[in-house]
Design a protein around this ligand. Sequence first.
Ligand code: FES
Length: 99
Amino acid sequence: MKLCNVDDLKPGEMMRFEPDGMDPILLCNDGGVFRLVEDECTHAIASLSEGRLEGHILFCPLHGGSFDIRTGKAASLPCKMALNTFDVEVRNGEVWMID
Ligand code: FES
């Protein structure tokens, strides 16, 4: 599934997607590397797209917990459970989610 063009997302920016048949996902530009994670925090109900990205650490807007978007693992409390991660690939200037 094509998500966007490479130029649509600058380093440090995030973009939320709501693909048919799956929970919302969040594409992050981590210093030029695209990473894709589920958008909902594993601690409670919050959209991580409304949080902030500092390098490869994604902070939740609700209670300030964080995740390492390289692995999805929780990086600080109150988050404990990892986020699901998804594979992405850049092809001809486009960012694709890989099944
Ligand atoms: S909902 Fe994300 S840290 Fe609580």
